[in-house]
Design a protein around this ligand. Structure first.
Ligand code: SF4
Ligand code: SF4
Length: 458
């Protein structure tokens, strides 16, 4: 048996040379990609590792010394066996994987809704007399300069003005999220029209599109924003189409500086535009449809997107997509047009990874993200962030912060190198632990906020 795995000297010399070339080649590639991504720490670390790991292997290949055969065999075993182990599909079941909420949420409790309440108004007085426990918490964010304020700590005139421009254009979409349905109904094939909507949405700029049945727990119980404040939500559509849009990696890396709010509002606008177009399209075919976009939702987009197989809900309480992590914005279209729902995917590896990672919790400037395991919140196992302290930080910085999103190991760019690592994370319990260690080594446990792109820094 030993003879089968114990290699003679010439064979092992060759095996070590090939292994050294492979390892160094991969690390050179990582270094090169990292330079393109402006991840200079990762570039330095991978370059150094490529040299450090190559030297002993080439030394053994070139020089003869006592016990060379034994040392060579042990060294090769130490490299090859753990590498093989990393790629075995070891996936123990994640306890309490897919969770279904037991009750509806009220949009009036969302921080954006509470932020819109003006002191001394009827809605303000009613809300805080019904929720006295929230009054002191909300007074704290009201003492701060506020989102996109010119006296906030991250104030930047150009990026804030761009974000305002994005929000003003989104305002023009709000009245047209719903509308008149064409009286002439065109018969459609559910499979064909689902495919049409998915491909067209991607051509319009969507990153991923999924379809689910609309469930009661997707919907808010009451509106919390705009003219319909406090109105009970009564959406009877059968299906929901979830659309994600990628947020630019370089812009998000600057978090919590101005470009992050510029980028998030931009992608709220882009996702909202696509959803509004799709809703119009469906109404033109003779079926009811409503777009759910920033500031005008009837439902909780991350939950719909999760059920449409686009991701899982992670430690930050956001949708974590398999290829971009939380670095997406979501819009939804609900409709009664016949559709085919997306096949369920097992993405509980995301929950397992969030369980060990905690990088977002470590970096959060307001300590709003839990370090603990998922907790039972209203009958559902999940992580709940402290939305009051998070929003108070937003009202101090003037931006929507995004430090947690910027450092998340899932947020790296959507390219071959990072997709391979994300594949490994999904494939293996062991790879996940190794990938987290490497992410800390290459990018740092608490990476610094990126510089403003030169075209914005004027
Ligand atoms: S940073 Fe880590 S713990 Fe936080 S959401 Fe991302 S993967 Fe999960
Ligand atoms: S957005 Fe900022 S303050 Fe809020 S949870 Fe993330 S890191 Fe913390």
């Amino acid at each position: 048996m030993l003879n089968l795995i114990w290699l003679n000297q010439s064979t092992i010399d060759f095996a070590l040379l090939i292994t050294g070339i492979l390892i160094s080649g991969v690390l050179f590639y990582v270094s090169f990609v990292s330079i393109l991504e402006k991840e200079y720490r990762a570039a330095r670390v991978s370059f150094l590792l490529s040299v450090i790991l190559f030297i002993p292997l080439i030394f053994i290949y070139i020089y003869d010394f006592q016990f060379k055969e034994i040392v060579s065999n042990i060294l090769l075993a130490f490299i090859v066996l753990p590498s093989l182990l990393l790629f075995l599909p070891i996936r123990p079941k994640v306890n309490g994987g897919f969770q279904i909420p037991k009750q509806k949420h009220d949009e009036r409790d969302v921080m954006f809704s509470r932020n819109e309440l003006k002191p001394e108004t009827e809605n303000f007085n009613i809300y805080y007399s019904n929720n006295p426990d929230k009054k002191d918490l909300d007074d704290k964010f009201r003492e701060k300069p506020g989102l996109m304020s010119s006296v906030s700590t991250m104030y930047h005139p150009f990026s804030f003005a761009s974000a305002h421009a994005n929000l003003e254009v989104i305002e023009t979409l709000k009245p047209i999220v719903d509308g008149i349905v064409n009286e002439q109904k065109i018969n459609v094939n559910a499979s064909e029209i689902s495919n049409y909507i998915k491909i067209w949405s991607k051509k319009l700029g969507a990153h991923s599109v999924g379809i689910t049945e609309l469930k009661d727990y997707h919907l808010y119980s009451h509106k919390g924003r705009g003219d319909l404040y406090a109105k009970e939500i009564n959406n009877k559509h059968k299906y929901a189409i979830a659309i994600t849009i990628e947020m630019d990696h370089e812009m998000i890396q600057t978090a919590p500086k101005g470009p992050v709010v510029m980028e998030s509002t931009q992608q709220y606008l882009n996702s909202g535009t696509i959803a509004t177009q799709i809703a119009y399209f469906i109404r033109n075919l003779g079926y009811s449809a409503r777009a759910h976009i920033d500031g005008n939702y009837e439902l909780i987009c991350p939950l719909v997107a999760r059920d449409a197989s686009l991701g899982e809900i992670g430690r930050m309480g956001l949708l974590m997509t398999p290829k971009l992590g939380p670095r997406v914005r979501i819009a939804v279209v609900t409709s009664d047009i016949p559709l085919i729902v997306s096949k369920p995917k097992d993405l509980t590896s995301i929950i397992d990874f969030c369980g060990i990672c905690k990088k977002c919790a470590d970096i959060c400037p307001s300590r709003s993200i839990s370090f603990n395991d998922r907790d039972n919140v209203d009958g559902v196992l999940r992580w709940k962030i402290n939305s009051e302290s998070c929003f108070t930080y937003w009202c101090t910085s003037g931006t929507d912060c995004g430090r947690c999103m910027a450092v998340c190991p899932y947020s790296h760019p959507n390219n071959f190198m990072h997709n391979f690592i994300r594949w490994g994370i999904n494939n293996s319990y062991i790879f996940r632990r190794f990938a987290l260690y490497m992410d800390d080594l290459f990018y740092g446990r608490k990476p610094k906020s990126g510089n403003l792109p030169s075209w914005i820094d004027i």
